[in-house]
Design a protein around this ligand. Structure first.
Ligand code: PMP
Length: 397
């Protein structure tokens, strides 16, 4: 048989020159297993996707059941597909009255694209504001509002009228004005290395958007579905965005994104022009069935209520001379080592210890920790013990 590694390198388009190349053949609970049988604790959840771990029986049963009914039957938005309707209704029941209409997409990036179009269409304005070091996806609209020049410079020209402001700086908000269609913000900037928006900043942003008529768009691709200790992170700030973007854990391990807004706002994508946003696979029945089952499991097992204590336990255990700081927003955590080379070596040492970790797009000096929310206290203790062993090896090596 062709060597899988060679075939991967030859036939799959690369995204970097240094892929991790773990050969994962199965996954259960919080563990990934490679071809040699070695187990890795999944501490990144496929980048904040597998919040229930792997192979959750309730999610698998929902997928199986939908599998027997049908797979794809029609492009999004034409047929009454029960899995989509049920999931949208459930989300609406958990959301404030101004966020009741869901547009399901394939991915987070597509949801961002849809939200950008919705904002332009609803407000009749063209300018979009976002924040330095934000990440909203890799498509050209999402790249246009990305907060890092190095990732997007090579792809110019991008969408005009996109402006970056400093995060957590209230004085910058005066640049949001009558020409601003929308302001995109992550309540916690994940890829910047887990930098939380302050309450005063996000509340001032809400006020400024209301004042100027710009739509406030919360990108909760990483922070949504319980990751930070609330079902949606915006709930913690006691403000409500005009548009909510979800993805990652939304599909219970299958691809699914969504932008959620008010009924009135969402009608604008259906007229002048009709079909203002079209997607073939968005809201795939299998993804919606899996996502709904995952959400019910999350709520029925009160997993979100345990997030804060689990997060605090991680922080209390991670003491080492190489660690400058651990920034934790629930189970979205950055172990700041202050140095990129040390961090790369630490990630490698963690892998050797059977811990699957990673770094962040804009914080290569920090180890990313975003384990399944199902991780137990005992497992956290063991993970931290192994991480400290890995850091000792880096320090002495
Ligand atoms: N927004 C945020 C905050 C994200 O973290 C991501 C993915 N890392 C995206 C948008 C894009 O999602 P996707 O990769 O599904 O397109």
């Amino acid at each position: 048989m062709t060597d899988l590694r060679e075939a991967f390198l030859r036939h799959l388009a690369p995204t970097s020159q240094q892929p991790l190349l773990l050969n994962i053949v199965s996954a259960r609970d919080i563990f990934l297993f490679d071809a040699s049988g070695k187990a890795y604790v999944d501490l990144i959840s496929g980048i904040s996707v597998s919040h229930l771990g792997h192979g959750n029986p309730a999610v698998l049963a929902a997928i199986n059941q939908q599998l027997q009914q049908h797979l794809h039957v029609m492009v999004y938005g034409e047929y009454l597909l029960a899995p989509q309707v049920r999931y949208a209704m459930r989300l609406a029941a958990l959301l404030p009255r101004s966020l009741q209409t869901v547009y399901f997409t394939n991915s987070g990036s597509e949801a961002v694209e849809g939200a950008m179009k919705l904002a332009k269409r609803f407000t009749g304005r063209t300018e979009i504001v976002s924040f330095y070091r934000c990440y909203h996806g890799s498509t050209q609209g999402a790249l246009s509002i990305l907060g890092d020049e190095s990732l997007r410079n090579a792809f110019r020209p991008l969408i005009p009228g996109c402006h970056l402001l400093p995060y957590n700086d209230i004085s910058g908000l005066e640049h949001i004005g009558p020409q601003t269609a929308a302001v995109f913000v992550e309540p916690v900037q994940a890829e910047a290395g887990v930098i939380a928006g302050t309450e005063s900043f996000l509340q001032a942003l809400r006020r400024r958007c209301t004042q100027t008529g710009a739509l406030l768009v919360f990108d909760e691709c990483q922070t949504g579905m319980g990751r930070t200790g609330h079902l949606f992170c915006f709930q913690r700030y006691e403000i409500v965005p005009d548009v909510l973007i979800l993805a990652k854990a939304l599909g219970g391990g299958l691809p699914l994104g969504a932008f959620v807004s008010g009924y009135e706002q969402m009608q604008t994508l259906s007229v002048r022009p009709a079909l203002g946003h079209i997607t073939t696979f968005g809201g795939h029945p299998l993804s919606c069935a899996a996502g709904l089952a995952a959400l019910e499991f999350l709520l029925n097992n009160r997993l979100i209520e345990e997030v804060k204590a689990k997060s605090q336990f991680f922080v209390s255990q991670l003491n080492h001379p190489l660690i400058r700081e651990v920034r934790a927003e629930g189970l979205l955590m950055a172990v700041d080592l202050g140095d990129e080379t040390i961090c790369r070596r630490a990630v490698q040492a963690c892998l050797e210890q059977g811990l699957a970790v990673d770094w962040f797009l804009f914080a290569p000096h920090c180890i990313r920790l975003a384990p399944p929310l199902t991780i137990t206290g005992e497992q956290i203790a063991e993970v931290c013990r192994r991480m400290l062993t890995a850091l000792h090896a880096v320090q002495s090596g």
